[in-house]
Design a protein around this ligand. Structure first.
Ligand code: GTR
Length: 345
């Protein structure tokens, strides 16, 4: 009896059975070689990771992540490659967060505001006036609390790994009609990110919070669907909102850090060494982006002024007081954490 694929001549020798057996084993071995090669090199096969960004090319977060990608590619000898999709081509932040959870997009930088409704534990940072100022926020994210919040993202059931923080600056109100105080803001429709906490925040200030995606803001301002929005100077400039809202009231009500997250499905495919490399350069990007952020904020402010935007100094105290019920409502589960945030000097 001849097994399929065995050489016929071996059947005519004295050690017939033995030879058939040897030949068969040899063939098995040869057949298995490519497979074995594949398995041993699987961990080292090059992977190309998509990074999604709603901000345009040249924006601080985009540049910092592109540089991070190059460094990781070099450190892993090309095993991990990155491709940046900026300008929102892969969808809104909300859509991208969904894509990251299923592994269709492997990495993104996203506002903590967008992440709040998905991983509610991060909302402690999303509360109005929870940070004293920009420096306070930076100290918090650089310290143990910052790492704890990243770990909360990682330990949640939402298939993301929190790697590092990008700086999203200080958010102020911009409106078609000037807002100098709470009275001026009364009844105005103000666009916010899709997070109930922000709707409540604007409502508590006497406005009407309206949630929509970043990409819809410009036309909503232009067509009067909203009377204003709120954001930092680079976003107001780069997303062209200043063309339809010329008054910038320096309320500083939100100072939102923005995590870089990786899809857990992707993370689990990395070797421990690769994971360490990714973490290391994500943290480096945190510091690099900060420098770019400060430069971009200064140049954006100058450009906005050049474009005829009026910067309005406001007394922040009434805005702070008006939003106390929001901090009470959303802060209750994080009372201890908030005390620790406040204690950071
Ligand atoms: C920007 C932030 C984006 C997005 C945007 C918005 O400051 O960087 O991630 O959240 O605001 O308000 O939609």
């Amino acid at each position: 009896m001849q097994s399929p694929g065995l050489d016929a001549p071996t059947l005519h020798t004295n050690n017939n059975n033995m030879e058939i057996h040897m030949n068969f084993k040899r063939k098995l071995l040869i057949a298995a070689l490519p497979l074995a090669f594949c398995l041993s090199s699987a961990a080292h096969a090059a992977m190309t990771l998509k990074i999604a960004e709603i901000h345009p090319a040249g924006y601080p977060t985009v540049v910092a992540q592109e540089n991070m990608g190059k460094k990781i590619e070099e450190a892993t000898n090309g095993e991990l490659k990155f491709r940046m999709f900026s300008g929102g081509v892969l969808g809104s932040e909300k859509e991208v967060v969904e894509q990251v959870q299923i592994g269709a997009v492997q990495m993104t930088r996203v506002s903590l505001g967008t992440l709040g409704p998905v991983v509610p534990d991060v909302n402690a940072f999303n509360m109005p006036f929870v940070f004293r100022d920009h420096d306070h926020m930076r100290k918090v994210i650089d310290g143990e609390i910052g790492q704890e919040i990243l770990d909360k993202i990682t330990d949640s059931e939402f298939n993301m790994v929190g790697l590092a923080w990008m700086d999203g600056g200080v958010r102020n109100l911009y409106t078609k009609e000037p807002v100098r105080n709470l009275e001026d803001l009364k009844g105005m429709k103000i666009r916010v990110m899709g997070n109930p906490l922000f709707i409540d925040t604007l409502n508590a200030m006497g406005a009407q919070g309206v949630a929509m995606n970043t990409g819809e803001i410009f036309s909503a301002l232009q067509t009067g669907v909203v009377d204003g929005a709120e954001n930092n100077p680079p976003t107001m400039l780069e997303h062209n909102h200043f063309r339809a809202a010329k008054n910038y009231s320096l309320t500083g009500h939100l100072i939102l850090p923005e995590p870089i997250v990786m899809s857990k499905a992707t993370w689990n495919k990395l070797t421990p060494e690769q994971q360490e490399i990714v973490k290391k350069y994500a943290k480096e990007a945190q510091m690099e982006e900060r420098k770019l952020w400060d430069e971009k904020t200064a140049s954006s402010e100058a450009k906005l002024k050049e474009e005829g935007v009026t910067f309005i100094e406001v007394d922040k105290k009434p805005f702070y007081d008006a939003t106390a019920p929001v901090r009470e409502k959303y802060g209750a589960p994080y009372a201890e954490l908030i005390k620790r945030i406040e204690a950071v000097q």
